[in-house]
Design a protein around this ligand. Structure first.
Ligand SMILES: CC(C)(COP(=O)(O)OP(=O)(O)OC[C@H]1O[C@@H](n2cnc3c(N)ncnc32)[C@H](O)[C@@H]1OP(=O)(O)O)[C@@H](O)C(=O)NCCC(=O)NCCS
Length: 275
C-alpha cells in the first residue's frame, strides 16, 4: 500500500468511526444541533437525562421564572415538588429537547414541550383542573390559576389556524451556561422538531426510545414568554404576538404581580409561530 492509499484508508476509517459515534449518540436522543466546537449538543430528551433535567427545572425555572416567583413557588419546596409532577407528565409526551455539555456529560439547558389538540383541548385544560384538585400546596395552586388565566386570554387554535399545536412550556438554562444562546438554540430545535412532526416525519419518541403516535400533527409552536429575555428571543425568531398581559393587572393576595416580582418586568407575551 503506498502512502496515498494508506492515508485514504485512514480517512475512510475516521469517517466511519465518526458516523458510528453519531449513530450511537442518536440512540441516546435525536441530535438537532451541534455547536461548532462540538462541546454542546441539542438533543431530544431521553431517560438518561430526565432526572438532571427535572432538577434543573426545580433549581432554575421554579426558582427564577416570574409568574412562579409571584406565586411564591421559589421558597416553597412542596409547591416545586407538586409542579415537578406536571413536568414529568410533559416529559413523557416525547417532544422535549435539552442542551448537553458533552465534555462534562451535563444538562446545560432544557425546553420541556407539550402538544395540545383542539378536540381534546378540554383534556389539556383538565390537566390543570386535575392538578387543582389533587395539589395541596397553595402556591402551586396559585400558579395553576395563573396558567389557566393565560389559557383563557386568547384562542390559540384560532390564532394559529390549526387543531394541534406544540407549546414550549418550561424553558430554563443552568446558571453557568446563561447568555450562550442555549435558550435560542433550544427554541430553534423545538421549531424544527414541530416542523418535522407537521411534515409527517415522526420524531416523537417516548423517554425509553420507542416511537409514539404522530397524529394529529402540530401546525404551530406557541409559548407564554414571561421575561424580557425570552420575549427578545421570540422577536428574533419571528414569533407573532397573540396576547399581552401586564404584570400590573395580575393579582395575588391583594398585590399585583408587578409588586411581587423584579420591577423591570412589564408584561407577559403569548406568542405563536405558524409552520
Ligand atoms: C430565559 C432564559 C431561559 C434564557 O436563557 P439563555 O440561554 O441565557 O438565553 P440566550 O443566551 O439564548 O439569550 C437570548 C437573548 O437574550 C439575551 N440575554 C440573555 N441573557 C440576558 C440578560 N441577562 N440580560 C439581557 N439580555 C440577555 C441574549 O443576548 C440573547 O439575545 P441576542 O441573541 O440578541 O444576543 C434563562 O435566563 C432562564 O433560565 N431564566 C429563568 C427561567 C425563565 O424565566 N424561563 C423563561 C420563561 S418564559
Amino acid at each position: 500500500m503506498n502512502n496515498r492509499e494508506y492515508l485514504k484508508t485512514v480517512h475512510l476509517s475516521l469517517l466511519s468511526l465518526r458516523k458510528r459515534t453519531h449513530n450511537l449518540r442518536e440512540m441516546e436522543g435525536k441530535i438537532w444541533e451541534t455547536s461548532d466546537n462540538g462541546d454542546i449538543e441539542i438533543i431530544s430528551l431521553t431517560e438518561k437525562y430526565l432526572n438532571e433535567s427535572l432538577e434543573l427545572l426545580q433549581n432554575v425555572f421554579f426558582t427564577e421564572e416570574f409568574t412562579a416567583t409571584a406565586c411564591g413557588v421559589p421558597n416553597d419546596p412542596e409547591a416545586k415538588k407538586e409542579w415537578g409532577e406536571i413536568c414529568l407528565a410533559v416529559a413523557n409526551e416525547g417532544v422535549s429537547v435539552v442542551a448537553i455539555d458533552r465534555k462534562k456529560d451535563k444538562v446545560a439547558a432544557v425546553a420541556f414541550n407539550k402538544l395540545y389538540q383542539k378536540i381534546n383541548s378540554k383534556n389539556s385544560i383538565s390537566l390543570y383542573d386535575k392538578c387543582l384538585k389533587s395539589f395541596k400546596n397553595q402556591s402551586a395552586k396559585d400558579l395553576i390559576m395563573c396558567c389557566k388565566q393565560m389559557d383563557n386570554t386568547t384562542d390559540l387554535f384560532d390564532k394559529c389556524g390549526c387543531n394541534c399545536y406544540l407549546e414550549l412550556m418550561f424553558l430554563a438554562t443552568s446558571p453557568n451556561y446563561k447568555g450562550q444562546r442555549l435558550a435560542t438554540k433550544l427554541t430553534n430545535a423545538t421549531i424544527e422538531l414541530t416542523r418535522q412532526l407537521h411534515q409527517g416525519n415522526n420524531v416523537k419518541k417516548s423517554l425509553n426510545g420507542t416511537m409514539l403516535h404522530n397524529e394529529p400533527r402540530p401546525g404551530a409552536v406557541v409559548a407564554v414568554f414571561t421575561s424580557n429575555i425570552s420575549q427578545k428571543l421570540a422577536e428574533k425568531l419571528g414569533f407573532e404576538t397573540a396576547a399581552c398581559i401586564f404584570y400590573k393587572d395580575m393579582m395575588r393576595n391583594g398585590k399585583s404581580y408587578y409588586e411581587l416580582i423584579d420591577k423591570k418586568q412589564e408584561k407577559i407575551l403569548i406568542v405563536f409561530k405558524k409552520l
